[in-house]
Each structure stands twice: as structure tokens, then as C-alpha cells.
Design a protein around this ligand. Structure first.
Ligand SMILES: NC(=O)c1ccc[n+]([C@@H]2O[C@H](COP(=O)([O-])OP(=O)(O)OC[C@H]3O[C@@H](n4cnc5c(N)ncnc54)[C@H](O)[C@@H]3O)[C@@H](O)[C@H]2O)c1
Length: 390
């Protein structure tokens, strides 16, 4: 299979490339293409992954590595041949264009969360995917975390009764808006960027749909440095059965916070409660070069290969959440191979009708997007409650 990654930033280096390598180890060698704005970004990937073979768009050897080429991914799409998957890993507000173009070109997609930031865009993506029988999966990796899977399993088994209320916190170090996302932090906020995870978790676990959102935000520390960016955003999400979810987000934690992201979830039902720290998994390191490190061994971490101990493999729910859609896409191609165009389309529709029940395809992923959009409207109107309209 050919895999095109659009966007060569943090998630591509820290999760997507290791996940594609893990997928290739399971299913045979894949042909990788990576498109980003700048050749320098792709040169950095070459430097950090010696031996990784990929076609670069733009090619840093043939162009000014610092020149911005936001349309270079179109050349990659034009060079891509099926069977192929397109992974969209551009900033939050720049998912829609590449996703729609990939679908239009006949490809299946894996999109980094959130699917997009407006309900209108998610409707366009859903309609395009429906029209072409395309698979479009949003990488809500918490669905693969055993802690969340256990909650869902026991909730669906009725052990917690009916959801009444829940609270989530997810907060990152200040390096995110100040350094890592300095180019696009003003187009997003901490609720869009990380809060969406726990909105999707609540929906994934309960199957309830959101009804109303009230959002609050504070601009203080980042504003004092001259950035018109929220330090923190909180949202109250009311659900169709009257349950309430409170999500607390920020991205101004001190540099010395021992992990990039503090995060956890609590949920109360009529018959039981769930409570989990999703950052502190009870495994910590303290080393001379790196200091204290609160270590989550379950997300996406390097380990020694069982059979080739000289080799490093990356494992965890962050990896599985990318491998699952790549395997779905491979299986879609295999199931429809050799069929006429009409029968191929019918076969894909039949398979997709089954997958929509269990995967964050657009109909599911748009739930969190609808909440994000309502939160934006609530913030803009001075924290008034805003209905979520599907
Ligand atoms: N699943 C996760 O664990 C996880 C973690 C972090 C980020 N994310 C999501 O992944 C996405 C990317 O985040 P990131 O951390 O890699 O951000 P980043 O800023 O480090 O990288 C984004 C990259 O996209 C590139 N880009 C922008 N416009 C482009 C275009 N037109 N064509 C090609 N490339 C373009 C940028 O140049 C940059 O290299 C975001 O949506 C984010 O929310 C997911």
C-alpha cells in the first residue's frame, strides 16, 4: 500500500512515522510519501529517521528548504496510485481542504483529531465520503486506550447505570502555544486541540448526543507575552439525557511539569463511578540527562523487538489507533479487488455500513466537532449557552 502523510510536524515525527513503520512490519513494506509546507521540515524527518525511505514534497534537495509551499501536497496526491491511504496531519484548522481533495482524488483518509472545526466542513466531508464510498477515519486515539475501553465495556454492560455527570481535565505545557504551535496557535485553542479528546470519549462511551454547550476562556499569561490566545478554555456540555460533562483545558503548564500533558477523567452514573489519571500510570523515571519524567508506557513508546532485540519498535494505543484505519483501508482494497467499478462501489458501501458503527468515521467524529463549534460561538458571545445543532 502507498501511504501519503500530509504535514510533517510533531505528530508525524512522534507517532505517525513509527505507526507506519509498525504497519509495514505487520503487512509488508509500504511506499511512503510525505508532504509538508517546507523542505526543511522534510529534511528534519530524514535526519531524525536515518534509513527511512520516502518521497518528499517539496524535495529539500531541489528547492529552497525554507520556502513555504502550502500546495505541494497536491503534487503528492497527483503522484499517488491506489491502493493508498492519505493521512492528514496539518494544523487543526487546515484539515478540510486536504481531506476533501484526497476523497475527490479517490483515496481513503486518516485525519488527525479533530476532524475539522466546523459542522459545515464536517458535513461536506461526510457528504463527499458518502458520494465516493470513501473511508475517512479521525484518529481519536483514546478509543484505543484500555482504560477507556474498559469504561465503555462496563458502561455498556450496565454496571455504572446511566451517565449523570463527568469531568475531564487535559492540560499541556506552555511550550505548545509558545514553541511547537507558534505558527498556528492563534487559529486554535486548548479546547479544540485537546479538549476534543474527552468530548469524543464521553460520546464513545455513552452513545449520547450533545445538546448544549457553555464555554469559558481566560487570556492572561499568553496575552502578557503579546499573544492574543486563550491560556485556558473550559466547557460545560449538556447531553440529551440531561447528563453534564465539564472539560477543563489549558496549554500554559510550567516548563517543569513532569509530563507534556496532565489528563484524567471521572464519570458518575446512577450505579457506579469511574475515575482515572490518564497521565500518571504509575511508571516514572528520573535520569541525569532528562530529569523527572512521568512516563505513560501505554500511549506510544519505544521498546525492544521480541525477535530482533537490536531493533526498536514503537507500541501503544497511539500506534494502534493509526494501524486500525490503515488495516481497514487495506482490507477495503482487498475486498473490492478485481470487481467492476459498480460492484466495487457497492462492496465498499456494504463494508463501510458496518464500520460506521464502531469507528470514528465522519458521522461519529462530527459530534465532537459540533461541540467545538458551539464552544467557539459561546466564547464569542460571552459564555452564553449555545445549542448544538446537527
Ligand atoms: N493524535 C494525537 O496524539 C495528536 C497529537 C498532537 C497533535 N495532533 C493533531 O495533529 C495535527 C498536527 O499537529 P502537530 O502536532 O503535528 O502540529 P505541527 O504544527 O507540529 O505540524 C503541522 C505540520 O503541518 C504542516 N502544514 C501546514 N499546512 C500544510 C499544507 N498546506 N500542506 C502540508 N503541510 C502543511 C506544517 O508545516 C507542519 O509541519 C493537529 O490537527 C493536531 O491536533 C494529534
Amino acid at each position: 500500500m502507498r501511504i501519503l502523510i500530509i504535514g510533517g510536524g510533531m505528530i508525524t515525527r512522534e507517532v505517525l512515522i513509527p505507526a507506519v513503520q509498525a504497519f509495514s512490519r505487520r503487512h509488508g513494506r509500504d511506499h511512503l510519501l510525505i508532504a509538508s509546507r517546507r523542505g526543511a521540515t522534510l529534511q528534519r524527518i530524514s535526519d531524525e529517521f536515518p534509513g527511512l525511505e520516502f518521497q518528499a514534497y517539496p524535495d529539500p534537495a531541489c528547492s529552497d528548504p525554507e520556502a513555504s509551499r502550502p500546495e505541494a501536497y497536491r503534487e503528492a496526491l497527483a503522484d499517488l496510485e491506489p491502493p493508498a491511504a492519505v493521512i492528514v496531519a496539518t494544523p487543526d484548522h487546515l484539515h478540510t481542504g486536504p481531506v476533501l481533495e484526497a476523497i475527490e482524488a479517490g483515496f481513503d483518509c486518516v485525519v488527525q483529531k479533530p476532524l475539522c472545526l466546523s459542522l459545515e466542513d464536517s458535513r461536506r466531508i461526510a457528504a463527499a465520503a458518502e458520494d465516493k464510498a470513501a473511508y475517512v477515519y479521525t484518529d481519536y486515539h483514546k478509543r484505543h486506550d484500555y482504560s477507556i475501553r474498559a469504561l465503555r465495556h462496563r458502561y455498556l454492560a450496565g454496571e455504572l447505570g446511566e451517565a449523570l455527570c463527568a469531568s475531564a481535565y487535559i492540560e499541556e505545557r506552555r511550550e505548545m502555544p509558545l514553541k511547537n504551535f507558534a505558527r498556528w496557535a492563534q487559529a486554535s485553542n486548548s479546547f479544540d486541540y485537546i479538549g476534543c479528546h474527552y468530548v469524543d470519549v464521553f460520546y464513545y462511551v455513552t452513545g449520547l448526543r450533545p445538546k448544549r454547550v457553555t464555554a469559558y476562556g481566560q487570556k492572561k499569561m499568553l496575552a502578557s507575552l503579546g499573544h492574543d490566545i486563550y491560556d485556558a478554555v473550559q466547557a460545560l456540555v449538556e447531553w440529551e439525557n440531561g447528563a453534564v460533562l465539564y472539560v477543563q483545558t489549558s496549554w500554559v503548564l510550567p516548563d517543569g511539569n513532569p509530563n507534556l500533558t496532565n489528563q484524567g477523567f471521572q464519570m458518575t452514573g446512577t450505579q457506579g463511578e469511574y475515575r482515572a489519571d490518564h497521565a500518571d500510570r504509575g511508571t516514572n523515571f528520573c535520569t541525569q540527562p532528562s530529569g523527572y519524567d512521568r512516563f505513560n508506557p501505554y500511549f506510544c513508546k519505544p521498546y525492544r523487538d521480541w525477535n530482533h532485540p537490536e531493533r526498536i519498535v514503537w507500541e501503544g494505543y497511539g500506534i494502534e489507533s493509526v494501524i486500525q484505519p490503515l488495516e481497514d483501508i487495506l482490507s477495503l482494497h482487498q475486498s473490492a479487488a478485481g470487481l467492476s467499478p459498480e460492484r466495487r462501489l457497492a462492496k465498499r458501501r456494504e463494508i463501510l455500513a458496518g464500520l460506521i458503527k464502531t469507528r470514528p468515521l465522519p458521522e461519529q467524529a462530527m459530534v465532537a466537532t459540533a461541540v467545538l463549534e458551539a464552544a467557539h460561538r459561546s466564547l464569542a458571545a460571552g459564555s452564553v449557552p449555545v445549542p448544538v445543532e446537527f
